[in-house]
Design a protein around this ligand. Structure first.
Ligand SMILES: Cc1cc2nc3c(=O)[nH]c(=O)nc-3n(C[C@H](O)[C@H](O)[C@H](O)COP(=O)(O)OP(=O)(O)OC[C@H]3O[C@@H](n4cnc5c(N)ncnc54)[C@H](O)[C@@H]3O)c2cc1C
Length: 377
């Protein structure tokens, strides 16, 4: 974390009863901390490293992102604007089916800087951020939760009326309180070349078991090649090598991460609740979770009263009302990735062209805007 962002020592705070201790300073954690602080709550965030690194994300998001970021974010984060996708049933060079809009559908952004900016905004709103401070255990009591910490932190736990698990796909908070795991966890791998590319289109190759491989032009920041596979599939790194060979480029850096798919039946328990990847609030058909996580954070802020655990039911209800229909439809779209190739070919041929869908909302496929585009071709 840069030195402009104050981060007080845990010892200074150990006698305080926080309203919320947030575990993890990714997008949903920092968004929740910012909005809850603005609403007057006393919020501490514990982050095992620093907000931002290590990178394990494409940072390909709908333009809605800018309604969740502080002023000046677009100038600092934007790498490229995307107007559509070319779908392929084969590898590089195979026939492309184009889906596009006349205005930008999505943006490619600097994901590490996004996390830094959101954490800065949380601190500016009054949250206290403890970096290099992993949560190691939780002790849930009648009226509060003790959050045990490792790293350089004081051996004294932090106390909170509620704990918010925003600690990602392998959430320790989730495991500690015994909430169920996501239905499935994919393994995503990314590699970056140093090509400069401001193309308006991403490429999507339906050549990978139950998911896809992709190419994302990131402007001056290079081109990203990636894919995700279910855990029982062939080695993801080898698959990425052969995918990139088809494009005949050299990767200069690589990274990987987990993508949880399918939220469990419950993401709240006693005085603890989950947001973001910890709750598998992701799009099953792309793996994207930045916006669903932040939308769910806003739903938590508007429903949860830290003095009243019964309000957690309202959070469960609110986030599911907001995105669970999108998640269910997204899971159906993903099933199309495994249809027989001749059926995929007909489907892509019929659907391709100008579209009116919102990339975070599969239900917009049935919107008047999209149906008008589809039937006026
Ligand atoms: C290969 C890949 C590509 C992706 N591409 C996209 C994309 O293009 N668009 C999109 O929207 N989404 C994408 N995603 C998904 C996106 O990265 C996640 O949905 C998003 O990062 C979820 O944020 P989160 O804060 O819940 O989890 P994370 O980003 O994993 O953040 C969790 C935070 O918690 C901290 N933490 C973990 N354990 C502890 C602990 N015990 N104590 C303290 N802190 C802890 C971590 O250090 C981290 O800072 C991609 C994911 C992968 C793997």
């Amino acid at each position: 974390m840069d030195s402009a962002m104050p981060s007080r020592s845990v010892a200074q705070h150990m006698s305080v009863m926080h309203d919320f201790v947030v575990v993890g300073a990714g997008p949903p954690g920092s968004r929740f901390a910012r909005k809850a602080s603005e609403a007057g709550a006393d919020v501490a965030v514990v982050e095992r490293g620093e907000p931002g690194p290590p990178l394990a994300c494409s940072g390909h998001v709908s333009t809605d992102i800018w309604s969740f970021t502080p002023d000046g974010a677009r100038d600092r984060l934007l790498q490229n604007e995307i107007y559509g996708a070319r779908f392929h049933l084969g590898g590089p060079g195979s026939k492309a089916y184009k889906f596009y809009k006349r205005e930008p559908i999505s943006n490619v952004i600097d994901r590490v800087e996004l996390d830094r900016m959101l954490a800065e905004a949380a601190v500016d709103a009054g949250a206290v951020l403890h970096t290099q401070t992993p949560m190691t255990n939780l002790e849930v009591n009648e009226a509060h939760v003790d959050v045990h910490l490792g790293g350089d932190a004081s051996p004294q736990p932090l106390s909170a009326r509620m704990v918010v698990g925003c600690d990602g796909p392998a959430s320790r908070v989730r495991r500690t309180v015994g909430l169920s795991e996501p239905r499935e966890t994919l393994h995503g791998v990314l590699g970056f070349s140093d090509e400069v590319d401001f193309d308006d289109f991403v490429d999507v190759h339906l050549t990978v078991d139950r998911f896809f491989a992709w190419r994302i032009p990131r402007g001056e920041a290079g081109v990203e090649y990636g894919l995700a596979v279910p855990p029982d599939s062939t080695d993801a790194a080898e698959l990425l090598d052969s995918f990139v060979d088809g494009y005949d480029v050299e990767l200069v850096t690589r990274c990987s991460g987990l993508i949880p798919i399918g939220p469990p039946a419950r993401v709240t328990d006693g005085r603890v609740f989950l947001i973001g990847d910890a709750a598998a609030q992701t799009k099953p058909f792309t793996g994207g979770g930045i916006l669903y996580g932040m939308r769910s954070a806003d739903n938590a802020v508007s429903t949860v009263d830290p003095t009243d655990p019964s309000t957690l039911a309202a959070y469960e209800q609110a986030w599911r009302a907001d995105i669970s229909r999108e998640i269910r439809l997204g899971a159906l779209i993903r099933r199309c990735y495994s249809l027989p190739t001749p059926i995929q070919r007909i489907g892509l041929w019929l659907m391709s062209g100008e579209i009116g869908v919102h990339m975070d909302e599969p239900t917009s496929f049935f919107s008047r805007r999209h149906l008008t585009k589809l039937f006026s071709r």
